[in-house]
Design a binder for this molecule. Structure first.
Ligand SMILES: NC(=O)c1ccc[n+]([C@@H]2O[C@H](COP(=O)([O-])OP(=O)(O)OC[C@H]3O[C@@H](n4cnc5c(N)ncnc54)[C@H](OP(=O)(O)O)[C@@H]3O)[C@@H](O)[C@H]2O)c1
Length: 280
């Protein structure tokens, strides 16, 4: 049995691939180029090009389980539906979908894909992790580098930040266990932290003062658009901050199904010299 990881070179699939490798479970990583780090086997796969959907199954006839990292687009359902149908036709029995803490069954985007998997009666798990530590390194890096600030509209809202290693532990189990225990677990890290608390922690680790600057949703949407996000996606992502400010992530944290072990402090220490955060 081979496991296919879509988004195979991304933030969550990377530690997951390493866990599968260590457990000697055959794994294939898919991304748009098909170029993946050694010793993994890579395949070309593009959500936006349905002619690539069969490539992973031509490369390995034994794929029975698939990790689904959605395409970064609001209209993901038709694309993901087509691929899921192809995969089932090729013998896939189980899917583990990356959803998100604030997305419920039948909700927007991944919530609809979750609903589709449920309607098919296949084995599945829709993971609902809170915000990844890596978001601080990837999404907020420009303003941290240029102005020593984290800018968004989340106010004093608390988030149960989680490491992708902790997510990978849960995804590994969902992909490899004989049965899936929980089809829609909410995953959080060990601490609830606001952006102001994170800025304080970053100041200590990076050795310069980092501040959190709160802006309104429209301004934040513009920040995201300037970063290259399509306007409709930026609109949705900035609106999520209103939910955070109102305590939605805090509430999820208090009722989480899985609490990770890795702390943000350790993550910040690990990446303290990262190019993305270096002051310009
Ligand atoms: N960040 C957070 O805080 C957070 C929290 C909860 C949920 N999530 C969810 O996590 C998901 C992202 O997961 P991730 O962070 O592990 O992934 P990621 O780091 O964003 O990586 C994306 C992966 O997909 C590949 N990819 C990009 N465009 C593609 C396309 N058109 N077709 C096929 N592959 C493509 C990329 O490789 P190439 O570019 O080389 O093709 C890469 O391997 C999103 O759905 C997000 O909603 C994120």
């Amino acid at each position: 049995m081979t496991i296919l990881l879509t988004g195979g070179t991304g933030k969550s699939a990377t530690p997951l691939a390493n866990l599968l490798l260590r457990a000697n479970i055959p794994v294939i990583l898919a991304n748009r180029s098909g170029i993946v780090p050694a010793p993994f086997k890579g395949v070309r796969f593009d959500w936006l090009d349905a002619s690539t959907y069969g490539i992973p199954f031509d490369a390995d006839g034994g794929i029975e389980r698939v990790y689904l990292i959605p395409p970064p687009t609001l209209g993901m359902l038709p694309l993901m539906k087509s691929f899921i149908d192809v995969a089932i036709g090729k013998g896939v029995k189980r899917f583990v979908l990356m959803s998100a803490s604030m997305v419920e069954l039948g909700g927007p985007m991944m919530g609809q894909v979750h609903e589709y998997l449920r309607s098919l009666g296949v084995e599945y798990c829709a993971l609902r992790p809170s915000w990844f530590f890596d978001t601080l390194r990837v999404n907020f890096s420009d303003t941290i580098r240029e102005r020593n600030e984290i800018v968004n509209a989340a106010g004093a809202g608390l988030i149960g930040w989680i490491s992708t290693e902790d997510i990978a532990d849960v995804a590994f189990k969902a992909l490899t266990a004989p049965t899936i225990e929980h089809t829609n677990p909410v995953l959080v890290g060990p601490e609830l932290l606001s952006y102001a608390q994170i800025a304080g922690m970053m100041s200590k680790v990076l050795g310069r003062e980092i501040k959190h600057r709160n802006v309104n949703v429209e301004e934040y949407s513009q920040v995201l658009i300037r970063r290259g996000m399509p306007p409709n996606y930026a609109g949705l992502m900035s609106t999520l901050d209103l939910g955070i400010a109102a305590g939605a992530e805090e509430q999820l944290y208090r009722n989480a199904d899985f609490v990770g072990k890795r702390t943000l402090r350790v993550f910040l220490e690990e990446y303290k010299d990262a190019e993305e955060w270096r002051a310009v």
